[in-house]
Design a protein around this ligand. Sequence first.
Ligand code: ADP
Length: 172
Amino acid sequence: MAIEVVSVDITTLAVDAIVNAANDSLLGGGGVDGAIHRRAGPELLAACRRIGGCPTGEVRLTPGFNLPARFVIHAVGPIWQGGARGEDICLAQVYEQVMRTAVSQGFQTLAVPCISTGAYGFPKPLACELALRVMGDYEDRLSRILAVVFDRENEQLYRMRLSSRARGRSRQ
Ligand code: ADP
């Protein structure tokens, strides 16, 4: 099984690519986005400025610059607005785009944060379910997918869901 839950600062990981929970300007912000830009340095901001933004639901690729990771996949997740505006479909689409990019670039190791579950307010249980479902569809095509959890609730949700999935598989 390729998906592992790790509780670390994503900016410390020496993987082929880390995923940034970016906003549509791609010009940095708070949370994981701010941490990635601080560690990557000003060249990342310059590269993002050249790209000129990214619509919600899509991703853009840049080098990692001063990060230990070689690349950053900037993923713009939806802002939670109550759930009736297709936020679930949009979040699943973002994860799809992340995974397709990783596979098409030939990345073997990927670290993914809990997109939209911070400032964007997406309910963590639903976000976890969608994230693991989509990442699970691609796990055979990468050697390691690190699901990076940075708060207690996400850590518990991800660990519970992955262990119940493993139990389900061993019964088959
Ligand atoms: P969003 O705007 O998409 O909600 P946030 O950065 O506010 O993005 O939060 C997304 C998730 O990233 C949250 O679960 C938050 O706990 C987590 N996070 C914040 N900083 C880091 C970090 N340095 N490494 C990994 N995850 C982080």
